[in-house]
Design a protein around this ligand. Structure first.
Ligand code: GDP
Length: 266
């Protein structure tokens, strides 16, 4: 299951647990290049405490991808041993990628498929257009991902998905969305606002005040000395999505344990 390391909770569909049942699984915390490395490590620890192996990956550079096959082998070890104990031959093992839109499923499959097909053109099963890609001896990967829908019942989840661009901005106007994001950044990573907008959040400033102050600092003015909030909103969202504001993770494992609203958004 591929998730977005910046929003590990919101980028999962909780139904997946029911759908998978007892099937062995791996969780990839993808886009770890734009997530906070310490928090990614904490999320891995959180999953480990639940008995799930989670691996940080960056499918763009390929970082972490080498750990996937050993990880899959480790997770499947028990299945293999059971079969062996029963005297069954080692079965061909197959993996499928699942995840909500925009977490990097296609990027992952392309990266893995390209690497393998470049190396092993003479193996059947690796030819382009085939459904199953051989990724290791006896291990195949389905070349089309399973798409899950994000869960929207919760407003916070909807907001976090919109912040990362996983869902269209249309869920609300861009200024209101940016106002929620800047408020959350002021809480979770104020140094990112100082570094990027020279903006130091002060006590009592709400999202609108922060957005306006940021616009002034950047000199986004329209005639009459008014600030151009819309421009500021677009810039903030673009810079956050593009990783220009630094490596930021919006959700903590503690939020999940407490069942708390991780955004602090009223
Ligand atoms: P899918 O909808 O799950 O198949 O997602 P895509 O593979 O189409 O990726 C969505 C966007 O995320 C694309 O712009 C990718 O370039 C980008 N992306 C994928 N993996 C990573 C990653 O590890 N890091 C970063 N920064 N971007 C990524």
């Amino acid at each position: 299951e591929i998730t977005d390391a910046r929003i590990p909770q919101s980028s999962r569909n909780p139904e997946i647990d029911r759908m998978l049942g007892q099937k062995p699984r791996l969780i990839l915390l993808n886009k770890c290049d734009v997530a906070d490395p310490n928090l990614t490590a904490r999320w891995c620890e959180y999953y480990r405490s639940k008995g799930i192996l989670a691996i940080p990956t960056d499918c763009k550079s390929g970082r972490g991808l080498n750990e996937i096959i050993p990880g899959a082998r480790q997770v499947l070890d028990e299945v293999m041993k059971r079969r062996e104990a029963k005297g069954l031959s080692q079965k061909l093992l197959r993996m499928m990628i699942v995840g909500i839109p925009n977490v990097g499923k296609s990027t992952f499959i392309n990266k893995v498929a390209r690497k393998k097909s470049a190396k092993a053109g003479d193996r059947p099963g690796v030819t382009r257009g085939k459904q199953w890609i051989t990724v290791d001896q006896g291990l195949e990967l389905l070349d089309t991902p399973g798409i899950l829908w994000p869960k929207f019942e919760d407003e916070t989840i909807g907001l976090h998905l919109a912040f990362t661009g996983a869902v269209r901005d249309a869920i609300m106007d861009v200024e209101t969305l940016a106002c929620h994001l800047i408020q959350l950044l002021a809480q979770r990573k104020p140094e990112s606002l100082a570094a990027r907008f020279k903006l130091v959040p002060e006590e009592g400033m709400d999202g609108w005040a922060l957005l306006e102050a940021g616009a002034r600092k950047r000199g986004f003015l329209i005639s009459g000395g008014e600030v151009d909030l819309e421009r500021m909103a677009h810039i903030l969202l673009d810079e956050f999505r593009g990783g220009k504001m630094g490596r930021i993770t919006l959700e903590l494992p503690e939020d999940l344990e407490r069942g708390a609203d991780p955004s602090g958004v009223p």
